[in-house]
Design a protein around this ligand. Sequence first.
Ligand code: G6P
Length: 368
Amino acid sequence: EQIKKGNYDHFMQKEIHEQPQSLTTTMRGRLKGKSVILGGLKDDIKTIRHSRRIIFIGCGTSYNAALAARPFLEELSGIPVTMEIASDLLDRQGPVYREDTAVFVSQSGETADTLLALDYALENGALCVGITNTVSSTLARKTHCGVHINAGCEIGVASTKAYTSQIVVMIMLALDIGDDKVSTKQRRETIIDGLYNLPNIVREVLKLDTAMKDLAESLMDEKSLLVFGRGYNYATALEGALKVKEVALTHSEGLLAGEMKHGPLALVDETLPVIVIATRDGCFSKQQSVIQQLHARKGRLIVMCSQGDVSLACSTGFCRSIEVPQVEDCLQTVINIIPLQLLSYHLTVLRGYDVDQPRNLAKSVTTQ
Ligand code: G6P
């Protein structure tokens, strides 16, 4: 086992640091010049383009990855994209139609709720697409078509490298679906250039490791942590909070910043740490006003901003900052989650908990 961990103390740590390579293998053979080719979808891509609705279905981190890709898929396809947590779709027996494309996202391809939701969607006649890390998994076998994320074996119970590879696959899915539209050609090409360069930027953001350890030291005795995001980075807020919860066993909530005034603001005081994700994108000015309002309530802020933006992002009061390299808006979620993965890893080690096997949790939840 130690050999498999190489120079790392834990699998989660290894898997976080492997992301430049795992993302490279995810994209290998799929970016051709200025276009994307997903071989597993070639017979079905036209049907997907003509579907009335795309439904993303998953659990845990896989659901969050789909949420991160949703805005870009909506933008490029023009098709309504709805989100379903697998168990909730089953609990409601929500409507699924023949004109729908149901995209199932699962690292293991064996999560019970996701597989039951797949059976349900198949019965209802939807085109079912699988996005999984496990070749020959039940999900891969039962779906009509799909894409393997090729992130390599993930051992840590808390998913890290699979998350970023899942996002990249769904960004490539959006690029493939939108490939026939002249109006978005320029935008698609910019994102494809961004994809080629993404592993290098991931390598750069991983250098925040020591800074995240320092931040973890300052948060070690905290009982609770809030993470605010919006737009693309609503998913980052949910996923960052999930990581802290599942491995560092610290209460943590990912919140939509647009909902701040509808409840969460009541929790804010000088003691509760609050992470605000405010990297540059279409939501930047709205996030600046969120920071201003949190400062006015004397919030204890940790602001994640684009490199060089600290004075702007924290202009209304003191905050700790996490500066990350800026990339294209829809790829920024891949970069922004990495400091939060590192933070949750270091918090867990400092608190003395089991990193790779958090209590009560399983890598693959095969029962309902
Ligand atoms: C478990 C794991 C999570 C994972 C979730 C969904 O809860 O601990 O890391 O995100 O299952 O798993 P899947 O294999 O379907 O992506």
